[in-house]
Design a protein around this ligand. Sequence first.
Ligand code: SME
Length: 159
Amino acid sequence: MIEDVVAAEVLAQSEAILEADRPVEERLQSLMRYLHETLPHYHWVGIYWLRGDDLVLGPYVGPPTEHVRIPVGRGVCGTAVAEGANQIVRDVRTRTNYLACNLETLSEIVVLIRHPETGKILGQIDVDGTQVGAFDTTDEALLEAIAERIARLVVAHRS
Ligand code: SME
């Protein structure tokens, strides 16, 4: 749950970080660090990029994970891509198709990063929480707005 006033501030700060005059990878790493530090329920926060039929781990902050490459369809992350839908998992223990990053994680949210014009899936923002039900639609709305800015940035720097 994120209050409107907090979400507005986090989005403004995220935009400033993404507009900084630094290499794109550094901006994204810095954004992950900012979200991790600012939102206490964001225990692990990272980006996976869709490369072919796999999700490949990009910048992240939190405990190291062995899941650096996740096939589409596997885990919460791969399910988001297979279904073309964001995922909010209240209690990861209820999911059979879950890939544990660390034992402290009890809930998870995945928000897709889509190409601004085509809507094609470019990747996703993945966040883990240590409380059951840590995330709701207020987190989803904020992460969707951030995902849109990330998409615009990476597409602009690709061409
Ligand atoms: N839990 C994810 C794997 C990624 S880690 O949370 C960082 C999943 O089930 O896809």
